[in-house]
Design a protein around this ligand. Structure first.
Ligand SMILES: [Zn+2]
Length: 281
């Protein structure tokens, strides 16, 4: 259900994959992320069209499928961090095919995905971009950490932060493309800020303290992978960490293999980080 969390600031948390948002200005709307299931993306576009007749920009908080695949249903330029633009510029048809594999048992979703084209950003930023438009001030802020592209959106008047996947609540964060130290540093920074509300990439609305479990998770995974690495285990052997991490957050029964895959990607990434720090010795 669409929630108005402050005047003209909307959040929808019901779609599969990620939270999405919409900020209204007097000149039109800024949309934050688009669902990956095409029917839900269409629904999101319709919901937005009932709020405004003009979308100024669609902002992608990173380049992962759950944030970008519905872009084409909005008649507006896409904006994202430069690193997201670079990733998305390289997406091939195989990206859609791999997405279809996630919906093996849902042929109707697979069929809809055949209609999807990747809409790349037309506007890319680095660091911070501030938009003054339609009586509003909107800050687009780069975080990194989760991916080199990960960014958020900050509304200074309401002190609302859309965190992108820098913060996820009650679920396993995805470390497959992360810089884990940078991620921890950004979360520490976050917890020194004073936000009224945070909209995480996934999960319920939260405050800065609710980002602590993500930090704990990253620290735990780093320390387990580090000890594997330092004891001379190969990356394949370090996969024992998957079973040590899987109960860190609960997951739905049907999701187990998906979550294992997510943790495996994180273990692999962090293993490479440890190798870069400690070398081959
Ligand atoms: Zn992501």
């Amino acid at each position: 259900m669409l929630q108005e969390i402050a005047k003209n600031v909307f959040v929808e948390q019901e779609y599969e994959g990620a939270n999405v948002g919409c900020i209204l200005t007097e000149a039109g709307a800024v949309v934050i992320d688009t669902p990956m299931v095409p029917e839900e993306a269409r629904h999101w576009a319709k919901t937005v069209s009932e709020l405004t007749d003009r979308v100024l920009y669609v902002f992608n908080t990173d380049h992962h499928r759950s944030h970008i695949l519905g872009n084409q249903f909005f008649n507006a330029p896409i904006m994202a961090h430069e690193a997201a633009w670079k990733e998305m510029a390289n997406y091939k048809d195989t990206f859609i095919e791999r997405t279809k594999n996630l919906f093996k048992k849902r042929t109707e979703v697979q069929k809809q995905l055949d209609q999807i084209r990747i809409m790349k950003p037309e506007l890319a930023f680095t660091g911070r971009l501030i938009m003054y438009k339609g009586g509003r001030e909107i800050h687009f802020v780069h975080f990194g950490g989760h991916t080199p592209a990960t960014s958020g959106l900050f509304l200074p008047d309401e002190r609302i932060l859309f965190t992108g996947d820098l913060v996820v609540v009650n679920e396993h964060p995805a470390l497959g493309q992360c810089n884990s130290e940078e991620w921890l540093a950004q979360l520490r920074w976050l917890r020194r800020q004073d936000f009224a509300v945070m909209v995480p990439g996934h999960g319920p609305l939260c405050n800065v303290d609710d980002s602590e479990p993500v930090s704990e998770y990253i620290r735990a995974l780093r320390s387990k992978v580090r000890s594997q690495y330092k004891s001379g285990r190969t990356k394949a052997e370090a996969a024992v960490v998957i079973s040590q991490m899987i109960d860190f957050f609960t997951y739905r029964p049907g999701e187990k293999s998906l979550i294992e895959k997510r943790i495996r990607a994180g273990v692999s990434r962090v293993y490479d980080e440890m190798k870069a720090v400690y070398g081959n010795g």
